[in-house]
Design a protein around this ligand. Structure first.
Ligand code: FES
Length: 104
């Protein structure tokens, strides 16, 4: 099951340059939309106790709401202090207006 595509959210529930929290298979996941494409990562910041889905999406970057650490939503790479540990990202696909992720 861990490597299956799992339904996450309807694509039209996320605005451009926005992020939504979902829970899937007991995991808290953030689904991002930028430029018509969708990306997914763990929702928890690697720096502290904050949800990235409460942050701000600017292009391919998510800014954490707590200390403004930044991560690339495509690769999970930590881009600016105080964030230094990458966030885990997940594969995403969109079919018939529905977003699916592999959280395995
Ligand atoms: S909790 Fe995210 S940058 Fe500190």
């Amino acid at each position: 099951m861990a490597n299956d595509w799992l339904f996450a959210i309807d694509a039209d529930e996320i605005d451009e340059e926005d992020v939504a929290p979902i829970e899937i298979e007991g995991k808290e996941v953030a689904i991002y939309r930028n430029n018509g494409r969708f990306y997914a990562s763990v929702d928890k910041c690697t720096h502290g106790n904050a949800f990235l889905s409460d942050g701000i999406v600017v292009g391919d970057v998510i800014e954490c709401p707590l200390h403004q650490g930044r991560f690339c939503i495509k690769t999970g790479k930590a881009l600016s202090a105080p964030a230094s540990i990458p966030i885990e990202t997940f594969e995403v696909k969109v079919e018939n207006g529905k977003v699916f992720v592999k959280v395995g």
